[in-house]
Write a protein that binds this ligand. Structure first.
Ligand code: FAD
Ligand code: UDP
Length: 390
């Protein structure tokens, strides 16, 4: 009945399903354990009629034109550029830390001297990760690096991950580098925006092909059995010989044979306020105060006109797989020993090429949405359409 099975209806699984249905004209069954499509980018209208992101604020941005063009087949865009302020010493200053932040937080003569030094050491329009700036030899720049590290990164990271910045792969804090520029935007990618009618509506269009069937509210383990020794798969007890594209947790796929891969989870607290605006920008980060990391006001992101406004606070918490409320694996934790464990699972998965592993959970990678789309399009060409091995 089905040519392909896809586990997970998030970005990764849905792009793959769309490609298989439209380009190969084959039949796909998506199995999704939640009650809705779109994975962690699912959005919905709350009780007051405000569009909110159920699993935290998602802003689309990419440098890659073909990713933008691909999604543009399924949505129009609200052309939004994300701005973030950080609450530091009672001020609200632009994040990523840039030249405007320097002048907001420090006396003008100090800021001018540091600006001059930054420009001479690195140039204009250059991004410098905080852990790199901390290695500088210049005494003044070293002072600046420690200032930014202490005021912006240390406490935020400790809250978000339960670890100090240097205990994580540098790519984590490197996502928000010091930007030697006057550009206050959070991202500089050429293509930025929000799906005009929301992410869920975009997914409904992507998945609205007669070749795609979706089974919600179903853990794949209830309907698929995989025998890795015999290299055999059954679906509803019947042998299945097509490819299985898996976007769930790779350690779960192997019943935690090599141990659990750790994740960080979050608790979201939504509040609807009887006022038009709560804050001046989409997100305000609170590195040094409160138990939450940031507050996002959705109306900035969506452009929605409404008399009320809904905000969300993000409270980081441990991920515990069997504990209700703490069992959504939002972030893989990029550290060498976790990567090593992941690679054991990945190598085992390679032994059985009926399975294609894809996405933030199956590849245990801190992918943004655009990276999931690019990866799905590539694996579709290489492993599904072409059938070749990586
Ligand atoms: P997921 O969305 O996790 O999809 C996997 C799906 O598989 C889920 O629907 C899950 O329910 C299902 N599944 C898992 N196990 C099973 C099972 N046993 N049986 C059946 N189904 C199963 N990216 C950006 O580009 N910009 C942003 O602003 C941004 N903000 C973010 C904010 C937060 C708080 C978080 C956590 C992430 C953010 N991201 C952002 C990243 C973005 O969410 C991911 O890149 C993307 O959602 C990953 O898609 P995916 O399909 O790989 O994974
Ligand atoms: N970060 C920080 N302070 C900030 C913003 C970011 O320390 O004000 C660090 C923190 O470790 C965070 C990482 O940079 O987890 C990546 O930030 P990003 O905004 O990309 O996180 P995401 O949106 O993926 O949660």
């Amino acid at each position: 009945m089905f040519d392909y099975i896809i586990v997970g209806a998030g970005f990764s699984g849905s792009v793959m399903a769309e490609r298989i249905a439209n380009e190969l004209n084959k039949k796909v069954l998506i199995i999704e354990k939640r009650r809705h499509i779109a994975g962690n980018v699912y959005d919905r209208y709350d009780e007051s009629g405000l569009l909110v992101h159920q699993y935290g604020p998602h802003i689309f941005h990419t440098r890659v034109k073909y990713v933008w063009d691909y999604l543009s087949q399924y949505t129009d865009w609200y052309l939004y550029h994300h701005h973030v302020l950080g609450s530091v010493d009672g001020n609200k200053a632009p994040i990523p830390f840039n030249l405007n932040t320097l002048y907001t937080l420090l006396p003008t003569h100090t800021a001018a001297k540091l600006e001059d030094k930054l420009l001479r050491a690195f140039g204009y329009n250059v991004k410098v990760p905080i852990l790199k700036l901390r290695n500088t030899d210049d005494v003044d720049l070293k002072w600046l690096a420690e200032f930014v590290y202490e005021k912006v990164f240390l406490n935020y990271t400790t809250k978000q991950w339960g670890m100090r910045p240097e205990e994580l792969d540098p790519l984590v804090t490197g996502r928000v580098p010091i930007y030697i520029s006057r550009d206050d935007r959070y991202f500089q990618d050429a293509y930025q925006g929000m799906p005009q009618k929301g992410y869920t509506a975009m997914f409904e269009r992507m998945l609205g092909h007669p070749n795609i069937k979706i089974m919600l509210n179903t853990d794949y383990r209830e309907v698929i059995k995989a025998d890795w020794e015999r290299k055999a798969v059954t679906l509803f007890g019947v042998p299945f010989r097509g490819k299985v594209i898996f976007t769930g947790k790779i350690d779960e796929l192997f019943d935690y044979e090599y141990g659990e891969l750790p994740y960080r989870s979050l608790r979201f607290q939504f509040e609807t306020l009887h006022q038009e605006r709560f804050q001046n920008v989409g997100t305000v980060n609170y590195p040094n105060e409160y138990d939450f990391t940031r507050i996002t006001e959705f109306k900035h992101l969506t452009g929605q006109q409404h008399g009320y406004t809904t905000i969300v606070k993000e409270y980081p918490q441990a991920y515990i797989k069997d504990v209700e409320g703490q069992n959504i694996p939002y972030y893989p934790i990029p550290r060498p020993e976790n990567q090593e464990r992941y690679e054991k699972y990945r190598d085992k998965a390679k032994e059985f090429d009926q399975f294609v592993l894809l996405g933030r959970l199956a590849e245990y990678k801190y992918y943004d949405m655009d990276a999931c789309v690019a990866r799905a399009l590539r694996l579709f060409e290489e492993k599904v359409k072409g059938g070749t091995q990586e």
